[in-house]
Design a protein around this ligand. Structure first.
Ligand code: NA7
Length: 538
């Protein structure tokens, strides 16, 4: 086995939250030669591309940030409870400048493929400019919701108006004034965008395939006294979110909702509803995700809210979810979403009752046998979540095996961090890790720190190769699937279940461990402490 010196100790793909942090640790803590490649023309990742009207984070701003720059935690002032997209982008630009990260990032450059060289234990990485570089370690920081899902509707090319996907909105914005607009989709993105678009546009038609349970975000300025108290308690906050289930300060009510009186649970539901945000989803009664009976009680409350808000009872019934338990699809947070359907310029076309989309026509959309005319179509149709961005990299592991081959029936990873047959590859927030079920920066920091420590260990032990064993991997896959099978999550056709895209093999994509990201952190640390159990080092 030779150990030819590669161009870089590590190549990082992506310059969003995870890429920036990974670059920082490997370069400044370990002193490695690192290069990051980023498709956009600046940092930001998800927050660079997702510029649709109303785009903002659904986690509270005080925890949606890096925790490793303690001074910045004190200095940075978020303007609202939930950071909006331009503000997050400003924050990431600031971090990149403050830590002089851009000098090691090559922008406007896509990684088009990479293969592992078994003789030299390095990755050959191909770039969109035609160049190839080599690196000992390849680290994907490509995000989980970054591969656009544009469903193959018949006739898109015929449409004479303009169309956009929310995940690739033009940097210059879109003027909806006096326009007839279609929005396809009613996921978390559409729930943010529709009220904003409806304020500008002449008319908005929303095409709904599956109704969602929305709860109010209750965005606004944060009380300066609370901001001060949080800044004084950041050490405590960071410890708590790192040890928590969801990377947030939300904790389930340690009781079955079935043991409560109607008055007691109504009080609790009102409290969470009034607080806004993820409390209703992540700090509800503990049996919500396990018992259909418990879930029904909680869902009934939300159905009443929809009926009370939406004036037209026919529209209200269309907006009431059917067929999936509450919380099994990503919780959208709304600001005037249901109220928007009371406006005269907004129409809901529901696939179940009005008929689904048949095709895109020259003038608009045909659905349920009826023609609708538009100037603009907005596809808020989501992503090929978690596996999509990794498959798009065209990686070839040992023996030239591709992810399409080894993931033919869904992802197979060890800890969501590593893939058997793909040595020296690390996947930040990869499939089968807590990732999208957490406040992302918490999951990102945990992975980035673990990977950095692992690479340091390899260097110190003179190893040039690390690879997950097939046994450890299959045990992990079985564990991920066993846990989720105990919950109600498989009952939904969600993107968590890979069910949003026709033909994608049905598999639960993240990891819903018994103690969430906090327990997962402990597990990863134990594996490292046992000399990287489940990996082969050479
Ligand atoms: P989502 O949550 O996947 O929502 C996409 C929406 O588009 C959803 O309502 C889909 O219906 C709908 N969709 C997707 N494909 C089609 C087709 N072929 N026909 C009709 N409607 C379709 O993506 P978002 O961008 O809203 O949110 C993604 C995540 O970003 C979010 O969860 C946060 O974590 C941030 P479906 O429900 O699949 O029936």
């Amino acid at each position: 086995m030779t150990t030819t010196s590669p161009d870089f100790d590590a190549v990082v793909i992506g310059a969003g939250f995870s890429g920036l942090h990974m670059l920082k640790l490997l370069r400044d803590k370990l002193g490695l030669r690192v290069r990051a490649y980023e498709e956009g023309n600046t940092v930001g990742g998800t927050w660079y591309w997702n510029r649709y009207p109303g785009a903002r984070c659904d986690s509270d701003s005080y925890i949606y940030c890096f925790t490793w720059d303690k001074q910045l935690l004190q200095e940075w002032e978020w303007s609202e409870r939930y950071p909006e997209q331009p503000e997050i982008l400003r924050y990431l630009e600031h971090v990149a400048d403050r830590h002089d990260l851009k000098r090691d990032i090559q922008f406007n450059t896509r990684v088009t493929g990479a293969e592992f060289d078994e003789e030299d234990n390095l990755w050959r990485v191909h770039l969109s400019g035609g160049e190839t570089v080599t690196a000992r370690h390849l680290i994907t920081a490509v995000g989980t919701l970054s591969a656009t899902n544009l469903p193959p509707f018949k006739g898109v090319e015929r449409f004479k108006g303009r169309w956009y996907h929310t995940s690739r909105f033009p940097q210059t914005g879109v003027d909806f004034t006096a326009k007839r607009v279609a929005v396809i989709g009613t996921g978390a993105t559409a729930v943010q965008a529709i009220p904003e678009i409806a304020q500008q546009a002449k008319h908005v038609t929303v095409f709904q395939r599956t109704a969602n349970y929305c709860v109010p975000a209750r965005n606004g300025k944060v009380d300066p006294e609370l901001v001060k108290a949080r800044k004084a308690d950041y050490d405590g906050i960071v410890k708590r979110i790192r040890e928590s289930f969801f990377g947030q300060e939300h904790y389930f009510i340690p009781k079955s909702v079935l043991e409560t009186t109607p008055e007691e649970r109504e009080r609790e539901f009102d409290r969470m509803w009034d607080a806004g945000g993820f409390a209703f989803w992540l700090a509800n009664y503990q049996d919500m995700f396990f018992s259909q009976e418990a879930n029904d009680l909680i869902a009934d409350y939300l159905k009443r809210k929809i009926r009370n808000t939406v004036k037209d009872p026919v529209v209200a019934e269309k907006l009431i979810p059917k067929g999936h338990p509450y919380g099994t699809k990503r919780q959208p947070l709304d600001t005037n979403y249901y109220e928007t359907f009371n406006k005269d310029n907004v129409l809901l076309v529901d696939a179940a009752t009005d008929g689904g989309i048949e095709e895109i026509t020259e003038k608009g959309i045909r659905a349920g046998g009826k023609d609708y005319e538009f100037d603009i179509i907005v596809f808020a149709t989501g992503f090929d979540a978690m596996t999509g961005p990794l498959k798009a990299l065209n990686l070839k592991g040992r023996g030239g095996r591709t992810l399409d081959e080894v993931w033919a029936d869904g992802p197979h990873t060890y800890l969501g961090l590593s893939i058997a047959g793909f040595p020296n590859l690390f996947t930040i927030t990869g499939p089968q890790s807590p990732s999208v079920l957490t406040n992302m920066p918490v999951a990102i920091e945990q992975h980035v720190e673990w990977i950095s420590d692992c690479i340091d260990h390899l260097r110190n032990s003179g190893s040039t190769r690390i690879e997950a064993t097939p046994d450890a991997q299959e045990q992990w896959v079985a564990h991920v699937n066993e846990i989720v099978s105990m919950t109600l999550m498989p009952k939904a056709n969600s993107w968590y279940m890979s069910a949003n895209i026709a033909g994608k093999p049905r598999a639960f994509l993240p990891y819903l461990g018994p103690e969430g990201v906090g327990g997962y952190r402990k597990k990863c640390d134990e594996i490292a402490a046992k000399g990287y159990e489940g990996f082969t080092l050479a």
